[in-house]
Design a protein. Structure first.
Lengths: 193, 432
């Protein structure tokens, strides 16, 4: 029983190791990176930095704490470099966010292929980044949004998976050790009898 | 104790343990398969320090962006030419190319094209070669279409113990029908081979089938019997004598003798059918590099940093013009990305109109862009700014234990003559 409980405790620890406070891009190539804003037919790579808190670590929808935050959007498709792009940051999510605009960058052409938005996030909670792309030739406009959560405990899918697998492995090892221990005890009692 | 009780049914805890391990393995496999498909730019997965400080490719040209499926006569050819510089500041954790072998090839999704010829320094690159650090080499690849489709084709130098060092890529479309493909050739002793892709495939399949059948029969012989846990039980009960029977030993002996016999017969048959053959070649060629330039522009990196959110490599450079004409900095190229100085018309015109646009930008800026006079030494601030640093995943070098960059600088004089310099050094990330 002690062996089994010990194995169960190890499993729980393994599961806790699967929790991560903030998600990151983990060095994945941009093509496979899931941290993108879909703006009509275009994709824009989205990344956040909190230099004072975590240096060059790349953040996505989950920002671990309040403070100075830099959002950078990389224009994946070359066609975006000739379009007018505007960005706005709102506090909140959904309909309520429309009334709480914190900052914005007016429409501009970004021939270098990226744009940045610096903001001092003073409160925990939900935010919304809205990107608008306008084709200057046709006037066609597309809009995309990226919800962001600042603060709180965030579970990363990848690390949850690792935690679950660890739990299963430790569970299997624990069950095996318990069984071996039990058989030894049974064998010992039979020998004594 | 009879054989039935020796191989007892596993107890419930063992079944639970086995089930849990199987579930864990299934989860791992599922996670490994759980990735989005990609069809190009696999070179971005390669470490940034490999792409910046091993080979620096330049003047790469693709003769066409469309070929047909090669049928032995028709289909056209893709001729891929260019040069590469072997960086002197080669990463210390990789065997230097001077001490190992390198082989010229292409990078693409499998054998979508076939190689008709390859040349390094003007010599046929049939064998592996050795290239020297600090020197430049010219290459040429002649390719033909095999599988229809649109593919990203790169020149690649496979360096032993370093891996594939990939040059820039361009999209090439192969049109036609795969069933039309043929690669005819004549062997040295006169045998006409109508299609190298299918030559003697029947023989290959037959040998594979023979060994496959033998392997499956051997496997079935064992798995029809009780396997791991009953055998472990037998061992624990001191009955290892029942694990291997006389029939097992006899079959093993037959298989051993039979395998040696089949191999011997196969070699005899092959030698009789093909009496004239050449062994696999293991020679390593010494390739003549391009001559060293008579006049140079020397560059020293005084400091370098990478502005992370600004997507900009900033460097302070000391430039000494040892040529006899004034020069301007026109291009900074590293890891197949070209940062062109848009203020230097000669530099802009040096980029071919059909060059892959996703790796060219006008993001090079020089603090003092006026021509550097002959004999002059000048310190300038240079920045190469573009989202390409992130899109090409070059910023991953900031997470390397050796944060160093490497690049080529192209200087141009008024006559359009180009002088190439190598630059590099430690780099630190900054937030500006």
């Amino acid at each position: 029983m002690r062996v089994f409980l010990f194995a169960l405790m190890l499993s729980a620890l393994a599961g806790l190791l699967g929790l991560e406070v903030a998600s990151a891009h983990d060095g994945v190539p941009i093509d496979e990176d899931q941290c993108k804003i879909k703006v009509g037919p275009f994709s824009i790579h989205f990344v956040g930095y909190q230099p004072a808190e975590s240096g060059t670590k790349e953040l996505c929808r989950a920002v671990p704490t309040t403070g100075n935050t830099i959002f950078v959007m990389d224009l994946i498709e070359p066609a975006l470099r000739s379009k007018n792009i505007a960005v706005a940051l709102y506090k909140g999510s959904g309909e309520e966010a429309a009334d709480q605009k914190l900052s914005e960058i007016p429409a501009h052409v970004y021939s270098a292929g990226f744009l940045r938005l610096d903001e001092d996030l003073t409160e925990e909670g939900r935010y919304l980044v809205e990107v608008a792309v306008v084709d200057p030739a046709t006037g066609q406009q597309y809009t995309g949004r990226m919800p962001i959560r600042v603060g709180g405990l965030i579970l990363s899918t990848a690390y949850l998976l690792v935690g679950a697998i660890s739990l299963l492995i430790f569970g299997a090892v624990g069950a095996y050790l318990y069984g071996v221990s039990r058989e030894k005890r049974i064998g010992h009692r039979s020998g004594n009898a | 104790m009879n054989k039935t009780t020796q191989f007892a049914r596993p107890t419930s805890w063992r079944r639970f343990a086995a089930f849990a391990v199987v579930l864990a393995c299934a989860a791992i496999v599922d996670a490994a398969l759980w990735s989005s498909p990609v069809d190009a730019h696999g070179e971005r997965n390669q470490e940034a320090f490999l792409r910046m400080r091993t080979l620096l490719w330049y003047d790469v040209n693709w003769s066409t962006d469309e070929v047909g499926v090669y049928d032995g006569k028709n289909g056209g050819e893709l001729v891929l030419t260019g040069k590469f510089h072997v960086v002197e500041d080669w990463p210390g954790n990789i065997t230097p190319p001077d001490d190992t072998a390198a082989f010229l090839s292409t990078g693409g999704p499998g054998s979508v094209m076939v190689k008709k010829g390859s040349y390094l320094g003007g010599q046929p690159a049939i064998f592996s070669s050795q290239v020297k650090r600090g020197r430049d080499y010219e290459f040429k690849l002649v390719m033909a279409g095999h599988h229809p489709g649109k593919y990203h084709i790169h020149p690649t130098l496979m360096v032993k113990e370093a891996g594939p060092l990939i040059g820039p890529g361009a999209w090439v479309e192969i049109k036609g029908d795969n069933s039309d493909f043929a690669f005819p050739m004549q062997a040295m002793e006169g045998t006409q081979i109508p299609n190298l892709a299918t030559w003697q495939l029947g023989t290959v399949f037959s040998w594979h089938a023979l060994w496959g059948v033998i392997a499956v029969l051997w496997l079935l012989w064992w798995i029809r019997r009780p396997l791991f846990i009953p055998r472990m039980q037998a061992l624990k009960n001191g009955r290892e004598d029942v694990l291997i029977t006389k029939a097992d030993i006899l079959l093993g002996a037959v298989l051993l003798v039979g395998t040696i016999g089949i191999v011997f017969a196969g070699v005899s048959w092959a030698n009789a059918k093909y009496p004239i053959s050449v062994p696999l070649q293991s020679r390593i060629m010494q390739i003549e590099p391009l001559p060293l330039p008579k006049q140079t522009v020397d560059v020293k990196t005084l400091n370098a940093s990478y502005d992370v959110p600004g997507r900009s490599l900033k460097a302070k450079l000391q430039i000494t013009n040892n040529t006899d004409k004034p020069v301007q900095l026109g291009e900074f190229t590293s890891a197949n990305v070209r940062f062109v100085n848009g203020s230097v018309p000669i530099a802009k015109s040096a980029v071919p109109g059909d060059y892959p646009k996703d790796v060219v930008n006008e993001g090079l800026h020089v603090s003092d862009n006026t021509p550097i006079a002959a004999g002059e030494t000048r310190v300038v601030d240079v920045d190469a700014t573009d989202a390409a640093w992130e899109l090409e995943r070059l910023t991953s070098l900031l997470n390397d234990p050796d944060n160093s960059f490497g690049a080529l600088l192209f200087f141009y004089d008024d006559d359009g003559e180009r002088h190439i310099s190598v630059v590099g050094g430690p780099i630190v990330p900054r937030f500006l």
